[in-house]
Ligand binder design. Structure first.
Ligand code: NAD
Ligand code: TDX
Length: 367
């Protein structure tokens, strides 16, 4: 049973938000409505939701092209749709972009969250049968050495403008619980991967580049560690928190799948060779006929400034208290993900030939 009826999903045209909307409509227990509020930045892609718009139609799925920083508009949408839950994904989400241009991160991630909190507080006026869920990140906790884990009570130590903006917004969300009694929950999640992942992030970038025989850029020594979570498991975790989580509480979500970047890229190359062998790849045949293995495309490049060394979350709390656990292990999740990119070449092509390409040309020439 999914309790809220009218769920505002912010950032629903992005990677995790669109997967969450798919998850909701694939779940027979959910009989409510979804209002997808997204301003369609470079990362927002309505193509992620074509099937939903077609299958669910206009009775239960609504798209509103809107900026979350516009508080008045947010309030009007609360009223129009009688919103009783907000699942707040909308954000500038890419660490590298936050290094090149932090301003939009401060605006959307901090000011946008503030505007939504205010809209919730005013519209819900003390109601307790409502929920504001903030999708935060494990990056707020900082960087780990070779051992240890992030726990829900680990002190914040953000290192990039991205993680600092997410931490700042998370503080605001918690303050609205304590000060105004706004029913909130927060989740701090590790690195997601899966379908519809924008090809600027490690896994989709490596898959898409390898398929096109382009270099696979590894930052620094490639030994930075991330804990990988299949995106569908993130959706089930959020659903558990929304339905059963204690209001005012924070839950870590992780995949219990630590890998360093070189391991990830090596596995991608291996799986790709199995699912899409070089000998059957028309682009490779044309542009790089002498290529002996996808792995030969690996190129070490300058390190990311302030590159966090290791993230690893302890997620015992959500496992014990809400009975959630990650259902997909890394090998099978990665296989499904790579197969999705092989089956959907047009999705990447549309992105790479549009806004993203223009941005890349302007900002990333030096790589
Ligand atoms: P994404 O970049 O793919 O999607 C973000 C979406 O937000 C886009 O559709 C974009 O158009 C929209 N958006 C941006 N600014 C907006 C604004 N001002 N108003 C309305 N919409 C706006 O991001 P993602 O990877 O899906 O991440 C979603 C959330 O999950 C983010 O809050 C991120 O911090 C968090 N998170 C992501 C990961 C991960 O591995 N991707 C891990 C932990 C937490
Ligand atoms: O080209 C690359 N080469 C490379 O070596 C890219 C894009 C990344 N990397 C490295 C940097 C990181 O160590 O791979 C690792 C993963 O990088 P990203 O995919 O950019 O993710 P990360 O910086 O870890 O942040 C992600 O997880 C936490 C999401 O983008 C965030 O939104 C989320 O909060």
């Amino acid at each position: 049973m999914f309790l809220p009826n009218n769920i505002m999903v912010t950032g629903g045209a992005g990677f995790i938000g669109s997967n969450f909307i798919h998850y909701l409509f694939n779940n027979p227990d959910f009989q409510g409505r979804v209002i997808n509020v997204d301003s369609l930045t470079y990362a927002g892609n309505l193509e992620n939701l074509t099937e939903i718009a077609a299958s669910v139609g206009e009775k239960r799925y609504f798209f509103e092209k809107a900026d979350i920083c516009d508080g008045e508009l947010m309030e009007a949408l609360f009223k129009k749709y009688e919103v009783d839950a907000v699942i707040h994904f909308a954000a500038e989400s890419h660490v590298d972009r936050s290094i090149y241009g932090p301003q939009e991160f401060i605006r959307t991630n901090i000011m946008g969250t503030f505007a939504l909190l205010e809209a919730s507080r005013k519209s819900w006026a003390g109601r307790k049968d409502v929920l504001f869920h903030y999708v935060s990140t494990d990056e707020v906790y900082g960087s780990l050495g070779e051992t240890g884990y992030f726990y829900e009570d680990t002190s914040f130590d953000p290192r990039s403008p991205y993680s600092a903006s997410k931490a700042s917004a998370e503080h605001l969300v918690k303050s609205y619980f304590h000060t105004y009694g706004l029913p909130v929950t927060v989740s701090n999640c590790s690195n997601n991967y899966g379908p519809y992942h924008f090809p600027e992030k490690l896994i989709p970038l490596m898959v898409a580049n390898a398929m096109e025989a382009k270099p696979l850029p590894i930052y620094g020594d490639g030994k930075n560690v991330r804990d990988w979570l299949y995106v569908e498991d993130h959706c089930t975790a959020i659903s558990a928190i929304v339905n059963r989580g204690v209001r005012g509480e924070v839950y870590n979500i992780g995949g219990e799948s630590e890998k360093n970047n070189l391991e990830v890229v090596h596995t991608i190359c291996e799986v790709l060779e199995e699912l899409y062998p070089l000998k059957d790849n028309p682009v490779v045949k044309e542009v790089s006929p002498g290529l002996g293995a996808y792995e030969e495309l690996v190129t070490f490049v300058k390190d990311r400034p302030g590159h966090d060394r290791r993230y690893a979350v302890n997620c015992d709390k959500i496992k014990k208290e809400l009975g959630w656990s990650p259902g997909t292990d890394f090998p099978s999740g990665l296989r499904k993900t790579i197969q999705w990119y092989i089956d959907n070449p047009g999705w990447v092509e549309n992105i790479r030939s549009g806004e993203y390409k223009k941005w890349l040309e302007k900002n990333y020439d030096s790589r």
